[in-house]
Design a binder for this molecule. Structure first.
Ligand code: LMR
Length: 392
């Protein structure tokens, strides 16, 4: 039977990692997969994580199984950062579980939505390509709508129209902050309106918060999630620590479930546990345990927040520098300056993207998405000159 299987293309984003590594050019530039890089081009382990790992090494006395919910100390330690002062967990309507990365959180959120009877997922496009893959793999119907306008601003009219035609029982997937791939986020007033519309229309929000702290700050980046949760009866939040704790390959994430009644929460969560058991049984422990230690220890917490501030400041600096160029050939770089997080999409054709790779050793996603963290004050001029050369 296995003979019937046909060759599948490798995941385009992950394939870029291998292509980049295989390129022998010394001056190549990696703007592909979404990992943060320092001004020297490295992706080091956070000092706070190193400190927590040291502590973990010294104090961990067992590696026996925990259960499908993972490390609940980790899950609870994150909650004040995500949900803020008005922590809805205090109402007994919200609880979480650990997942393998943010992807595991999204997978579980959509799986749970399906189990609860959701058939259609509305999603702004472009989006992170894996969102659509997960929706398709679960056999859910994807209903796309344009996320942004060509001028680089959020298309609120489309979103309003989408919510107007969506039906009770549909879910809508929204990026909490640092939209992947566009970097175009909803402003606070727009979140206020979205939250009210979702509440009125009784859609199930699935909020993907994968870059908290990389946009404007931990609280600022959680504004939308907090606003929506304060307005609607029920919601699902997929969370990732892969970027804001730099734990990429350790796969650290969570799913939070908010039900309309506190009495429903245990039953809803038990479905998450059952889905997790059938999918991966239990999430990997190490990275989540390290995050828990970071958040339990005030000195290490302060160190982590400091490191996050440095990352955010560098992203702002790179974005501001790119915007200062104005244009490069036909590419307007000014919107990049006001976009958030690691990513922006440049209006380039497939041919131009391939030419950047073959002639200039510059690697970016086929959508024109750049990971701005791959730019440094040392290579940004080269990048802009190459952009001008291929698009001029
Ligand atoms: C990205 O979009 O580059 C990251 O989220 C990594 C991934 O898993 O695709």
């Amino acid at each position: 039977m296995l003979d019937t299987l046909t060759q599948q293309p490798p995941d385009a984003l992950l394939a870029l990692i291998k292509l980049f590594n295989a390129d022998p050019r010394g001056d190549k530039i990696d703007l592909g997969v979404g990992v943060y890089r320092t001004g020297q081009g490295d992706t080091p382990v956070f000092g706070a994580i190193k400190a927590a790992e040291k502590c973990l090494l010294e104090t961990q006395d067992s590696k026996a199984y925990l259960g499908p919910e993972g490390d609940m100390g980790f899950v609870h330690a994150l909650m004040p950062y995500i949900f803020g002062g008005e922590d809805p967990s205090k109402s007994g309507r919200i609880e979480g579980m650990q997942t393998p990365g943010g992807t595991g959180g999204v997978r579980l959120a959509l799986g749970l939505a399906k189990k609860a009877g959701v058939g259609r997922i509305w999603m702004g496009t472009p989006s992170w390509p894996n969102h659509a893959q997960i929706v398709a793999d679960l056999g859910l119907e994807l209903k796309p709508f344009a996320h942004a306008r060509p001028d680089g601003t959020v298309d609120m009219d489309r979103l309003r129209g989408t919510i107007a035609v969506a039906e009770v029982g549909d879910a809508i997937l929204l990026h909490g902050c640092c939209h992947n791939p566009t970097g175009i986020d909803y402003a606070a007033a727009q979140w206020d309106e979205i939250a009210a519309l979702l509440a009125e229309k009784r859609l199930l929000p699935v909020l993907d918060l994968a870059y908290q702290g990389l946009g404007h700050g931990m609280d600022e980046d959680a504004y939308g999630v907090r606003k929506v949760l304060a307005s609607v009866p029920e919601a699902l939040v997929a969370y990732s620590c892969d970027k804001n704790f730099g734990l990429y390959r350790d796969r650290v994430g969570a799913l939070y479930v908010m039900t309309s009644e506190a009495g429903q929460l245990a039953a809803a969560l038990s479905n998450g546990h059952a889905l997790a058991r059938a999918n991966w049984s239990m999430p990997p422990d190490h990275g989540a345990a390290a995050v828990r230690i970071v958040l339990e220890n005030p000195a290490i917490t302060a160190q982590w927040l400091d490191e996050l501030d440095t990352m955010r400041a560098r992203m702002r600096q790179v974005r501001a520098r790119l915007a200062e160029f104005g244009t490069a050939g036909s590419v307007d770089l000014r919107p990049v300056g006001i976009q958030n997080g690691l990513f922006s999409v440049l209006p380039l054709s497939s041919e131009q993207i391939l030419k950047l790779r073959s002639d200039h050793g510059i690697y970016m996603a086929g959508s024109g998405r750049i990971n701005a963290a791959g730019l440094t004050m040392g290579n940004i001029d080269t990048f802009v000159a190459a952009l001008a050369a291929v698009s001029g």
